[in-house]
Design a protein around this ligand. Sequence first.
Ligand SMILES: [Zn+2]
Ligand SMILES: [Zn+2]
Length: 367
Amino acid sequence: MTSTRAAVLRSAGTPVSIETLALAEPRAGEVRVRILASGVCHSDLHVRDGEWPRPTPIAMGHEGAGVVEAVGPGVRSLAVGRPVALSWLVPCGVCRSCRAGRPWACPDSPSFRHRLSDGATALATAGGEAVLSYCGIGTMAEATVVPEAAAVALPDGVDPAVAALIGCCVSTGVGAVLKTAQVPAGASVAVIGGVGLSCVMGAALAGAARIVAIDRVAAKLDVARSVGATDGLIAGDDRAATIEALRDLTDGGPDVVFEAIGRVGTVELAIESLPVGGTAVLVGMTPFEARASFAVYPLVDGSRRILGSNYGFADPAVDFARYARLHLDGRLPVERLIDRRIGLDGVEAAFDRLRAGVGLRQVVVFD
Ligand SMILES: [Zn+2]
Ligand SMILES: [Zn+2]
């Protein structure tokens, strides 16, 4: 039995509390990971604020990295000391999506139950109350016990904060470009929303000729330029004017547009901006009940496409190390997405900044 401090949500809409919990030893097929960094992602905020109902009490965080500290019986892919990034979607392995080689589309992942594979919880209070782990990994904690498949070995030398982001936002954004949209070299791309900076990086990596970043905040466009955007477009309230300006920058409309906010208005903007043959990729997660509309005739007549992209079509066992190596080679400047490193006590303040749309990625770091 180990003890760990963790950011625990006891009730949606209330602040997380920092609690010291008991952490069970890893059993067969499980590993204990000493967390070194955990990003603060919009998905955590959706849960914290109750927009995505989740069971409680739950240790928050799903974008984490660290080192393997202990392994249970039968673990073959990992040894103690190995740096890992954690995956928030361990595929069930037997459903239709998994059998078809689409683990990112698994609807029956044990990760969605926020428990270990057999339904056990690794965390408990001193009084014996079970505490869930968000997405089965609960990374806003000093340590976590996860299934072997959730801990993915990385090459040595990756900054843990960067490794953490590979676990969610990099895989989601870069994968949306490289895997979902398969953007070809020379294409024109638009990315809506500052959280789409990973999409901008991916588009630069793919060799897109024109990369237009769209945001309401000018400072975020400067960051977008630093990770590969060729143009920045400030979006106002007038959707038609934004579309017009985007068409001017992209010879009639972007080949591929990524919506990375998850708002109905920008989803509709993305679809409306498409030229004939263009593709809108929806990356941003909306509240559950959101519905958007589009004009059907031009979609069909112009062979336009709308694609949903969950987790950037990630196959973590393959993609995490691939993105890490691209980062080490200087081709994915993930460190530029990070603007604050905080302690576990700073999680609520980080949620406040995220809610207000201030700044870039915030990462909880542990000593
Ligand atoms: Zn995330
Ligand atoms: Zn499955």
